[in-house]
Design a protein around this ligand. Structure first.
Ligand SMILES: [Zn+2]
Length: 314
């Protein structure tokens, strides 16, 4: 080996070691259908201990290549996902689907693009516009702050290919059907169905056994999107956070949103204040109270539902 080759190798090893310091411990993928694997991530908010890992990165092994859905929050989490893919198949990653703008779902696209520069990265047109327009930087900064720098080293790789509602993309013999919403969990949401496997990736339109966030959402839009997914009567529903399951992984959160929104509509018309509506709702919330983040989110969500109900009645 000549000097230059040795020097290059040394540089490479050094760079690799410094990235390895920030490595995320392996979270094995669970196979949920013939072609679909999901890593069910931690359910807490991003923090220094989970290093920002909190979503459900997934991959679909087709005849020719691998399709990734929501690779995670950082380049380090994306590297961990790639390690899990390589335990299953040597096929390259050809496509990535991003469910929405929230950075815990997509900033790891950076790792996919470093290993597979040719990979096509797809998202809702509004996700792409928002990410370009400062949304990428906002989420990069927020995750760095919440994890005390554990996500640092990640570069923003904005998806380039706009999805269309109802579109079907065929990859290696499998059909990926696209469902876009105008305003559900955010204004940037895409759900992706793997038709042959009877699987749908809900993004954060569906969360299971965990509270969702509604700060950027619409109760009515989120309920409608979940009803649309449930009407497909599929075998497997993969939530953005929490375990994959049958239709329950979509219907429980739908029922919660419905209960809160209906109460907001009814009681705000009767002139009740949000704190009174919260009290009225308490008895029907017992089955949701054990969800992580319920206590932090519930009060604010009642206020958000009241605002939306008031706007709807104008
Ligand atoms: Zn989200």
């Amino acid at each position: 080996m000549n000097f230059l080759a040795r020097f290059t190798l040394l540089l490479f090893l050094f760079a690799d070691a410094s990235r390895a310091d920030q490595a995320i411990v392996d979270h094995p993928a669970r196979q949920i259908s013939d072609h679909v694997y999901v890593i069910h991530g931690p359910r807490e908010m991003p923090n220094p201990e989970n290093r920002g890992f909190m979503n459900n990165p997934a991959f679909v092994v087709t005849a020719n290549s691998v399709v990734v859905v929501d690779p995670g929050s950082s380049v380090h989490i994306g590297d961990m996902l790639l390690r899990q893919i390589r335990t299953i198949t040597p096929k390259p990653v050809s496509h990535v689907f991003v469910s929405h703008i929230h950075g815990d779902h997509w900033l790891a696209v950076d790792a996919i693009k470093r290993s597979y520069p040719q990979a096509n990265v797809h998202a809702h047109p509004e996700m792409i516009a928002n990410a370009r327009d400062g949304g990428g930087q906002f989420w990069l900064d927020l995750l760095s702050r919440l994890t005390e720098g554990a996500t640092d080293g990640t570069a923003i790789e904005v998806p380039k290919i706009e999805l269309q509602d109802g579109q079907e993309i065929t990859v290696g013999g499998l059909t990926f059907r696209v469902y876009l919403s105008e305003h559900a969990h955010t204004k940037t949401d895409a759900m992706i169905e793997v038709v042959e496997d009877s699987v749908i990736f809900l993004g954060d339109i569906g969360v299971y056994q965990r509270m969702g966030r509604m700060d950027d959402g619409s109760f009515r839009g989120n309920i409608a999107a979940l009803d649309r997914a449930l009407a497909l009567k599929l075998k497997h529903y993969v939530p953005g956070h929490g375990p994959s399951a049958g239709s329950k992984a979509a219907s429980e959160f739908r029922d919660y949103l419905n209960t809160v929104y209906e109460a907001a509509l009814k009681y705000s018309e009767e002139g009740l204040a949000p704190f009174e509506i919260k009290e009225k709702l308490a008895p029907s919330m017992t089955k949701y109270q054990t969800w992580p983040m319920f206590a932090e989110e519930f009060g604010r969500q009642v206020s958000l539902a009241v605002l939306e109900a008031e706007q709807a009645s104008f």
